[in-house]
Structure formats: C-alpha cells, structure tokens
Design a protein around this ligand. Structure first.
Ligand code: 5GP
Length: 342
C-alpha cells in the first residue's frame, strides 16, 4: 500500500547485519563463492518460522559474509539507501563492532567504516538522517562490554553527533545483565543513550527489573514484561514511571516465535496504555520485511486508522536519541508531508 511507503517514518531498532537485503546478500555471495552459503541460510521467508536460537545461527552466517571494511561499507550504504527508499527519514542503525584476524578488520575500523558509509550517503544527498548505536553482544561478557563502551565513548566525542548511544543485544539466554551493569552505568554517565534488549524471553524478568534501575533510555522488545505473559506489575510500573519508550518489532517476534501470532503481540498492551511504542523492523533482511510493511501490519492487526498510524509515526520522533534541534527539524518535515498524504 502506497500510503505506508509514503508515510514519513522513524526507524529506531535496526541491526546492521540483520538488515542486509536479498540483493546485497547476492553481491556478497559473489565476493565469497568459496563459503558455499545459500540465501535460505541468511533469511527467513514468508510463512517460515525459526526458534530464537536458529535466528542467532543466521547472524553467524551473515557475519561470515561481512568480514572486511569493504563489505561493511557496501552493506551499510545499501541498508541506508533501502531505508530511505522505504520512506524512513530518520534512522538509528546499531551494530556490534567485530574484529576479524583473517582480514585484519579491527573494531575501531569497523565503527569508522559505518560512520564513513553514513557520511557518504549524506554527501550524496540521500534524504535520511542516520545515527549510530554501538552494540554490546552480551555473549562476550564483562570485559568486552567495558571495552565497547570505551570505544563508543571515543566515537561519541569524535563523530560529530553520529554516534549517539549504546545497544545491548545478543542471545538473551546467554549471560546475565548484572555482569554488564558497570559498563552500562559508565556509558550512561558519559552521555551515551542506552537502548537495551529486555525480556525477550520469559526467564529474564529479574534481569529486566535490575537493568530498569539504570534506567535505560529505550527498551528493545520487552516481550515478557507485563503480567499477562508472566511479567510483573512492578516492572510495568517502572517502565511507565520513567516513561521509557519501547521498540516493537512484530514480524521479528512472530518469526522468532517469542510471540504466538500478530494479534497477541505486546504492541496491543502498551499501545492501549498510551505508552510510547515505536514500530521497528529489527532485522529487515533476515525477517524479509521493511518498515512500511510493519506499520501496515500493526494497522491491520490492531485496527488503526490512517490518522492513528500517522500519529504513531510522528510520536516516534519524541523517542530518538539525537538532540532536540533534530527533533524540531523532523517535526517540521512531518508537518510539510502531512498535507501531501491526507
Ligand atoms: P550486527 O550487530 O552484527 O550488525 O547485527 C547482528 C547482531 O545483532 C546479532 O549477532 C545479535 O547480536 C543482534 N541481534 C539481531 N537481532 C536480534 C534480536 O532479535 N535479539 C537480540 N537479542 N539480538 C539481536
């Protein structure tokens, strides 16, 4: 539906290597034919589902395909242009800096390359404002988390506003947030905004309760926080009291089987409360979706009018990590575009 494509949108939860499109994977496969990787290993098609564990296997395959600065540059530029073509006006990309001995890739070089891609798109006049969140993969433990924060801090100071925050992601069944708390605390103290994946699986409630004390600036997924699915009212109350926006990814959660079906998605719970809820893609490549599809899906599943969809996309501006002046610019843009759509 053209309405959803033309709707100006804000994307706040997009993992770089999960966002790689079929076309870009094709180019990567040509660069690395010896790996014997097929498309079925890098994406979960229509009607298909995987366990969360199997989803994390997919990322491992993509990481094999993206292991040089050249790959990262191409992938990041393609992803940014695809989001722009889908009507995304403001994008926060997140990615876990990786070092690869084989190719000489360093974590610093990784981040520099993503920033270079963002800069290049800007120079080309692509109509999208892009920021970067440095990601911590929780599987890598305390020390790497602290190193990652130090790197993020360095780039926050040198990237002229491109690096705005920190993400905590990775397999939720591995490790515990208490071991990452000092790193997250440090990030917060130095002015990095925090977006944490919380309660993606049911067993994380205690961790969620602990990490909410930081408090984070946004929550990724938060699937099992509310009492209806085994969460707790006190956790919900903390989220509401601190007014922490949620990043919600319908297709990702259904395909990853943490949510039974679309109508059971926790978007409904939080939206009905009037709590800031931002529709996002998570991994548009892996889950074969885009942000306009996600908005359309939310509208059709929960019966949202076009005006309600518009308001939803507009309210996402309040949740971005870039400074107030950027929010003002975006609000202006939304106002200009409103008359074209309605
Ligand atoms: P990258 O950080 O390499 O750009 O993107 C892929 C990584 O993002 C994965 O290895 C994983 O750490 C993280 N990721 C992507 N999707 C999800 C998700 O749905 N949940 C969690 N916890 N992590 C994810």
């Amino acid at each position: 539906d053209v309405f959803y494509r033309e709707l100006p949108k804000v994307e706040l939860h997009a993992h770089l290597n999960g966002s790689v499109s079929f076309q870009t994977i094709e180019k990567l496969l040509k660069r690395k034919p010896h790996l014997n990787i097929e498309h079925s290993m890098t994406a979960i098609g229509k009607g298909q589902r995987r366990t969360l564990d199997e989803c994390f296997q997919v990322f491992k395959v993509i990481h094999q395909l993206v292991d040089t600065e050249e790959d990262i540059l191409m992938v990041a530029i393609d992803v940014i242009k695809e989001f722009a073509a889908d009507g995304v006006k403001y994008l926060e990309l997140r990615s876990t800096p990786r070092a690869e001995k084989k190719t000489g890739l360093t974590k610093k070089g990784y981040i520099e390359t993503v920033i270079k891609a963002i800069q290049q798109c800007k120079n080309e006049g692509v109509d999208i404002d892009v920021r970067f969140l440095v990601a911590i993969d929780r599987r890598n433990g305390t020390e790497v988390a602290m190193e990652t924060v130090e790197l993020a801090e360095e780039f926050m100071l040198s990237s002229h506003g491109v690096v705005v925050g920190l993400d905590l992601s990775g397999d939720p069944t591995v490790g515990h947030g208490r071991d990452l708390l000092p790193a997250l605390q440090r990030a917060k103290n130095c002015g990095l905004k925090l977006s944490l994946h919380l309660s993606e699986v049911q067993s994380q409630l205690e961790e969620t309760d602990l990490l909410l004390n930081l408090p984070p600036d946004r929550i990724g997924h938060g699937t099992f926080m509310h009492p209806e699915v085994g969460g707790s009212q006190s956790v919900v109350d903390k989220v509401i009291k601190n007014n922490i926006p949620l990043e919600l990814c319908l297709t990702s959660n259904v395909k990853g089987q943490t949510v039974l079906n679309y109508s059971k998605h926790h978007f409904k719970y939080w939206y009905q409360l009037g709590h800031p809820s931002v529709i996002c893609t998570d991994d548009k490549g892996v889950f074969c979706t885009d942000l306009s599809q996600e908005y359309q899906l939310a509208a059709s599943t929960f019966g949202l009018s076009r005006e309600a969809v518009w308001t939803l996309s507009q309210q996402a501006i309040d949740c971005i990590f870039a400074p107030e002046a950027v929010k003002q610019q975006l609000r202006q843009k939304w106002t200009e575009l409103h008359s074209q759509l309605f």
